[in-house]
Ligand binder design. Structure first.
Ligand code: TMP
Length: 208
């Protein structure tokens, strides 16, 4: 089976981590030679630093929002070189929970879409990007229901702005020829998983 690179995107609380895991289980069950789930911020040195910056207890003034786009892009380069590209070269199915679309959406609020796009334009596009579409209100309700402490990006006004930013990102990336599928992220985990699978299977057919 040939390599495939899939990105899962969406607002905080839209189910990306769960859907990434279920998709990986599906690939494993159908006997794909190697399946790798990963995420951004990555587990590498830059990614770990970003996690400390995103922590709500972190003093925001130490690393400001205008610095974050560069950190995320640095982490992405590291993530691709260390993990994603070697796995793809071995023929793996690589599923990443967030990729540069997150930067294009979240960091565009600080420095604008063209500037973030310029920082990210050379990274390998996914074969398909799953955008888990969930209204900001619903997304916040899910974040609160899981009892999480709010990260820097999770207040409702902020989620609304990010949701709008994602709309612009979809337009921008599709104009560059990217394959992005918008999935209705409401309903049960299993219902959403079925929608995700339909999109992935269609992509695999078109790549065969
Ligand atoms: P997570 O909650 O999915 O682990 O991601 C951590 C936060 O980082 C999430 O609020 C989205 C944000 N983020 C960005 O702002 N830009 C990026 O490029 C990435 C990958 C994540």
């Amino acid at each position: 089976m040939s390599a495939i690179f899939i990105a899962v995107e969406g607002l905080d609380g839209s189910g990306g981590t769960t859907q990434t895991r279920l998709l990986a289980e599906w690939f494993r069950a159908r006997g794909h030679n190697e399946v790798a789930t990963t995420s951004e911020p990555s587990t590498g040195p830059v990614g770990r630093f970003i996690r400390t910056v995103l922590d709500p207890n972190h003093e925001a003034s130490v690393v400001g929002d205008s610095v974050l786009p560069f950190l995320f892009a640095g982490d992405r380069r590291d993530h691709l070189d260390r993990e994603v590209i070697p796995s793809l070269q071995r023929g793996a199915a690589v599923i990443t929970d967030r990729y540069y679309h997150s930067s294009l959406a979240y960091q565009s609020l600080a420095i604008g879409l063209p500037a973030v796009a310029a920082l990210n334009e050379r990274f390998r596009p996914p074969d398909v990007t799953i955008f888990l579409d969930l209204e900001p209100e619903e997304s916040l309700a899910r974040i609160l229901a899981r009892g999480a402490t709010l990260e820097r990006f999770e207040a409702l006004d902020r989620l609304r702005a990010i949701y709008e930013a994602y709309e612009a990102v979809l337009v921008h990336c599709r104009a560059r020829g990217e394959h992005i599928v918008r999935i209705d992220a409401r309903g049960t985990i299993e219902e959403v998983h079925k929608r995700v699978l339909a999109a992935v299977e269609a992509t695999m057919e078109s790549m065969a």
